[in-house]
Design a protein around this ligand. Structure first.
Ligand SMILES: Cc1cc2nc3c(=O)[nH]c(=O)nc-3n(C[C@H](O)[C@H](O)[C@H](O)COP(=O)(O)OP(=O)(O)OC[C@H]3O[C@@H](n4cnc5c(N)ncnc54)[C@H](O)[C@@H]3O)c2cc1C
Length: 816
């Protein structure tokens, strides 16, 4: 029998002693969690951490990640003053623009850096050279400089975090390998190691590239693949007493530099990436003895990077190379971290740091510790939430294709409405072929092919937005928008995530999860949010009561795992064992017919009475359309009279064709998702992960009407009451007269001399003939008619706060 040298019980077990695990341990201890054990199968830092390049940049494409990285810098500064300093050097960083487009990106970033109080400055090429004299300025258009960025020694950072955690009571056991994780009733209950078994309530998988192997112990799939990432270190060639150079990134040439002793460290993102994998069926398996190890040098793949580095820094062709590092690092399919609680209760993951784990570690540890302690995230972490990955990521092949595409585009500029190209098509609507034959241009959401627009619709190209939004824009969208407003549009929404909730206590359960009253009788549909305990909006969907003890939930295409996972979690934790949650997304097609002619078109295909009295708004019935039995629900997401029609997949094509044929004489058009976006922005309908998320409450989002405070209880009720009483900010609609100047998110908002917020979402409103933006502003600045300045790529433009909704304020068109 093995002798147990680890404790037999702990509240929280962290697996992995890299920067991720040590930071989670440090922050848990800071929050007062002392009953914490950290395990590593080898030494601390012996995974990816020890061979990291150690650059720490703060500004990222995502506001949340920027805030997290800012926390990292604050923390590293603080740790530098302890007796285990991580060698934090605040040397600043330069980003070069070697193309005009990159300069636009830099100007945009400088804009939204202001909303964080970050010191990002535009500098001239000459100023960049003054700061980093080794660069050649050939092709450099401009640059920016951030004085508070820096470098850290990755191993020392992990050691500093471990020391801080130990000091506050965390126990760390190295050379202790986790072999098995046991669960009871859907929750983790113990961790079996080669030194004994530890009973526990929570496990945090901080296994880096090893995280998928660890997760398999509880049948959870973590879509991370180790990718080879390379850099070299030159011989020392600078005077030993020269001031430390700032870090330098030249993304157009795919390269980065930092000073290493008195030489340079140079790395980059090759266009020919390579997963570290011997066997494509087990792409994420790591050998049992792979610790403190590197991969073989792969110079062939590094040649382009090396040549680019010599052009930008000519000295690179003169100095010798001291060492060449090829280290594996865990990448995710979208270059965002993989964080959060999985489908197994108490089993968290914090891994897949995609070569920015050192910059992110401080922030990752903070948000993960808060998540573990509160049981829910304390800020909007949707872009990093493991629940963003749908079922397609169960496939190793799909996962690898996506990761490869993302790695190779790591430094590229990503424009709004850009679509991923790899691993498509995956999931298709039953009407996919019809769409393709009729000129559809598809986009992809959660692996579903969805119609963005039909290229056969030709509109006015003069409305093309200036700047980036014009890149993937189509004049077809305005045609589809206008058809829906004036006649009728038919939308294929088959990818909507759908779940059946059934069982004797299903009504009671849903009325506890949902903020609105969703038990209103068979045939009634309700729009609702599900709130977390801080009244943040965890989900936003419709619930239709289909029988006494049966309900249909319909939510966004990308939210199945997240929204249904939230339901599962509450069901498990509150022991609603008799309630069944069944994902029926693939069983039902969904078409939305919207517009003033929609009733006439549908009525020509059914005997059911579709009049306003017989079939009122927010009602749902089983009827027959064109001889096909369907569920029709009268609601709208575009602000027009209309129905969503749910039909068995087998009948979908016949149904679609019948509606299109019947609609011909009424001017019906098949329409895509881009038109929905424009229509819903005019009407002010909120989108989860757009204007609303787990960090925004219904009252500030203008959704207080959907909160049934009269209900005796629901999840988050106390916080909702508090939010209503203490409103500090509000979502406002801002319009701009020039429809071709369109904000699309994160632009800074200024009133007078003060930055008061940043844009959440934006787009074009073809009916109101303006561009539209939504933003949360402090209450004092939300008066209708207030003029606000918004910075578009370095130029300030004035918009005005308008009363909502911008279109059809009395809802006449919906209640026809
Ligand atoms: C070449 C290279 C350059 C990089 N440069 C930068 C940079 O400049 N800036 C930046 O921010 N990031 C950079 N990174 C990324 C950064 O190094 C990583 O994101 C980070 O180190 C990952 O830390 P981690 O804690 O998630 O994983 P790891 O450091 O890999 O830690 C995981 C740990 O889990 C342990 N483990 C695994 N399985 C078990 C088990 N069954 N039981 C117990 N323990 C287990 C392992 O032993 C390992 O120690 C770079 C990465 C590479 C490869």
């Amino acid at each position: 029998m093995a002798v147990s040298v680890v404790p037999t019980r702990a509240k929280i077990v962290i697996i992995g002693g890299g920067v991720g695990g040590t930071s989670v341990a440090y922050h848990l201890a800071e929050l007062g969690e002392k009953d914490v054990i950290l395990l590593d199968r080898n030494e601390l830092t012996s995974g990816s951490t020890f061979h990291s390049a150690g650059l720490v940049g703060q500004l990222r494409a995502d506001p949340t990640l920027t805030l997290m990285n800012m926390h990292s810098v604050d923390l590293y500064r603080k740790l530098q003053a302890t007796d285990t300093p991580p060698s934090w050097r605040e040397c600043g960083s330069i980003k070069l623009a070697s193309t005009p487009e990159r300069m636009q990106e830099i100007r945009r970033q400088i804009g939204w850096a202001k909303t964080f109080g970050l010191d990002l400055k535009e500098i001239s090429p000459q100023e960049a050279q003054n700061l980093f004299p080794l660069i050649d300025l050939e092709g450099v258009v401009g640059a920016c400089y951030m004085a508070s960025d820096g470098q850290v020694d990755p191993s020392q950072l992990a050691m500093a975090l471990a020391a801080g955690a130990r000091k506050q009571g965390v126990q760390i056991f190295t050379h202790t390998r986790v072999l098995e994780i046991k669960t009871t009733n859907g929750r983790v209950s113990s961790v079996v190691t080669d030194k004994g078994e530890i009973e526990c309530e929570i496990v945090v998988n901080c296994g880096g590239m090893y995280a998928p192997q660890i997760a398999r112990m509880v049948n959870v799939r973590v879509p991370i693949v180790p990718m080879s990432h390379q850099y070299l270190i030159t011989e020392n060639f600078m005077p030993a007493d020269a001031p430390l150079l700032p870090s330098l990134r030249d993304p157009d040439n795919l390269i980065y530099f930092r000073q290493e002793v008195s030489g340079l460290l140079m790395g980059g993102y090759e266009r020919t990436s390579k997963a570290w994998s011997a066997d494509y069926n087990n792409i994420d398996d790591i050998p049992a003895n792979f610790n403190n190890s590197l991969l073989a040098e792969d110079w062939d793949r590094f040649t382009d990077i090396a040549e680019a580095s010599q052009k930008r820094v000519p000295k690179m062709s003169e100095v010798g190379i001291k060492s060449f590092i090829n280290g594996p690092e865990g990448f995710t399919p979208d270059n965002e971290f993989c964080l959060g609680e999985t489908s197994v209760g108490g089993f968290f993951v914090a891994a897949g740091f995609c070569a920015h784990g050192i910059a992110g570690a401080g922030g990752i540890g903070k948000v993960m510790a808060e998540w573990v302690v509160a049981g829910e995230p304390t800020m909007d972490l949707w872009h990093m939430d493991i629940k963003r990955f749908g079922s397609s990521y169960e496939s190793p092949e799909f996962t690898l294709k996506r990761i490869t595409e993302n790695y190779e585009q790591y430094y590229d500029i990503h424009y709004p409405s850009e679509e991923r190209q790899s691993a498509r098509p995956k999931f298709m609507s039953p009407v996919y072929e019809w769409h393709a034959a009729n000129g559809a241009v598809f986009g992809e959401k959660a692996s579903w092919e969805r119609v963005n627009f039909y290229s056969t619709n030709i509109g006015n190209d003069a409305l093309r937005p200036k700047d980036w939004l014009g890149n993937h824009w189509s004049n077809a969208v305005q045609v589809e928008h206008n058809a829906t407003r004036n006649n009728a549009g038919l939308f294929d929404e088959s990818s909507f995530a759908k779940a059946r909730i059934s069982g004797a206590r299903s009504g009671e359960f849903l009325n506890y999860v949902c903020a609105n009253n969703v038990v209103k009788g068979v045939g009634k549909t309700t729009y609702t949010q599900a709130l977390n305990s801080k009244a943040g909006i965890e989900s936003d969907y419709t619930v239709t009561q289909t029988a006494d003890n049966e309900f249909l939930i319909v939510t966004g295409t990308a939210f199945a795992v997240h929204d249904f996972g939230w339901l599962e979690k509450i069901r498990r934790e509150l022991s609603y064992t008799d309630v069944e949650i069944t994902n029926i997304t693939r069983e039902l097609a969904c078409f939305a017919i919207m517009g003033p002619q929609s009733r006439a078109i549908l009525q020509s295909l059914t005997d059911a009475d579709l009049s306003h009295t017989a079939f009122p708004f927010m009602n749902s019935r089983e009827i027959t359309i064109a001889g096909i039995k369907v569920r029709a629900t009268r609601l709208t997401y575009v602000g027009e009279l209309g129905w969503e029609i749910y039909a068995p997949v087998a009948d979908a094509l016949a149904l679609w064709s019948s509606i299109m044929d019947a609609g011909k004489s009424f001017g019906i058009k098949a329409c895509g998702y881009r038109a929905i976006e424009s229509l819903r922005l005019e009407k002010g309908y909120r989108a989860w992960a757009g204007e609303i998320n787990s960090e925004t409450n219904p009252y500030e989002a203008g959704l207080g009407f959907a909160v049934a405070l009269k209900k005796e209880n629901f999840h988050g009720k106390a916080a909702a009451i508090d939010a209503q009483m203490n409103l500090k900010r509000k979502l406002v609609a801002i319009t701009f007269d020039d429809i071709t100047c369109v904000p699309f998110g994160s632009e800074p908002i200024r009133i007078g001399e003060s930055i008061v917020g940043r844009i959440k979402s934006g787009g074009q409103g073809y009916t109101i003939k303006k561009s539209i933006a939504y933003a949360y502003l402090p209450i004092a600045h939300t008066e209708i008619g207030t003029h606000v300045d918004v910075e578009f790529f370095g130029t300030w433009r004035t918009g005005v706060i308008c009363a909502e909704p911008l279109f059809d304020p009395t809802n006449e068109r919906i209640r026809l």
